[in-house]
Design a protein around this ligand. Sequence first.
Ligand SMILES: [Zn+2]
Length: 161
Amino acid sequence: MTTNLSTSVNSMFKNTRHLLVSLLVEETYFKSAQLFSIKGRQTQAMINSGSQYSEVLSDAMNSGKQESNTHIINEFDRHNHTFIITETQSPLQTPRPPERFRVMLQFQKCDCGEYQAKHLPYSHVMSACKSINVNPMNYVPTLFTLQHILHVYDNSFSLLA
Ligand SMILES: [Zn+2]
């Protein structure tokens, strides 16, 4: 997400690098105000159309769901909090030994570190959820709801004279 944001901001200022610092600051302010306005309208339109989450989240969940089909799941406690996920590979991928990761749903952690980094269910978490018939959306923080994102874009910029 951070990489996407920096790429987006860099492309916004593609033609402004030759400006004086004061003009660059002013341009940054105006472009940011414009971006927040556009993104706010887009987010509101998605909410109005009945969406609850962004397309980025839906894409990530779909890809994680697909990838989870190649995992072998072992439960390691009766409370369904700890799992060992063994990644297998499809025959099209480069051969490598299967890797094992410990998923701890209760603490939202995995040995691979992806859960702690992205805070989103991905293939390991989705495998664990699937094995105990729990909806992985239960593990999506409210931070990723369109309503929460809209609050970010609702911040207004003061007019400059
Ligand atoms: Zn993992």
